[in-house]
Design a protein around this ligand. Structure first.
Ligand code: SF4
Length: 245
């Protein structure tokens, strides 16, 4: 299959979670729309954080942090219990940053980073068929933060890849990363990225590109199936393959 979109952490996540589902989406197989409230919650939460940093002053008081967060998250209307926990954890995290960081306001918030194949070739001597892109939630004082609105209790390989990919792109754009954290706002967990090399990130990208080129797409029956827009098609196809060996 020919790749028609840039390589991003979410593309790699989608292929690694269920490559068949990703393949269906690329082939524009008709889908049955499914409303996933957790996804909706995550999107609204990220918009709220962006709004928060647009509104907060350079040197806020703790009271201002609380008030600005309440106002910004006011647009989120779903999952009330998780929302309350997320606001409280966000406020605690920000107050802690205010007390310990010299510069409070981040340099980048929800920033879109892109690299062309030519740029990538110059950096790592490897020319992919498409460019790289990602959205960085937060970068400031040499620290990258990825906010999560789901329950996360450890750094999986996929999260490590995601942080490593964004670290690589930030450094290529002249923004050195000393540390990278995944902050789960629902649980309050702060997880630090394990040591990740650029060559490991590129190795994973090459593997994914190889899988796409060889049309190696398989179903991965998992929790995601309950929310999958292609479940009917997938179940029928799997039954057909079973019946026909
Ligand atoms: S139903 Fe499950 S296995 Fe089938 S495509 Fe969807 S996510 Fe993949």
């Amino acid at each position: 299959m020919k790749l028609a979109q840039n390589i991003s952490p979410s593309l790699v996540n989608n292929i690694k979670t269920c490559s068949l589902r990703w393949c269906y989406s690329q082939l524009r197989v008709p889908k049955i729309p499914v409303y996933v409230k957790e996804a909706d919650f995550g999107i609204s939460g990220h918009s709220a954080i962006k709004k928060y940093f647009e509104s907060i002053s350079n040197k806020p008081t703790e009271k201002e942090i609380r008030q600005t967060a309440e106002n910004a998250f006011g647009v989120v209307t779903s999952m009330k219990t998780k929302l309350r926990r997320s606001i409280d954890n966000f406020v605690n995290f920000e107050i802690s940053r205010l007390r310990t960081w010299q510069i409070y306001k981040p340099k980048l918030v929800e920033a879109h980073l892109k690299n062309t194949p030519e740029e990538i070739y110059r950096k790592v001597n490897f020319m992919p068929p498409v460019g790289f892109k990602s959205i960085v939630d937060f970068y400031g004082s040499g620290i990258l933060i990825d906010w999560k609105f789901g329950e996360v209790d450890h750094i999986t390989d996929l999260f490590q890849f995601q942080l490593g990919f964004m670290t690589m792109q930030l450094e290529w754009s002249g923004n050195p990363v000393n540390k990278a954290y995944l902050v789960s706002l629902v649980s309050g967990q702060i997880l630090e990225q394990p040591q990740t090399t650029e060559s490991w990130v590129i190795y994973n990208i090459k593997n994914i590109l190889g899988q796409i080129e060889s049309n190696d797409f398989r179903p991965n029956k998992c929790g995601l199936c309950n929310y999958c827009e292609y479940k009917l098609r997938c179940d029928l196809q799997c039954q057909y393959l079973c019946m026909n060996g």
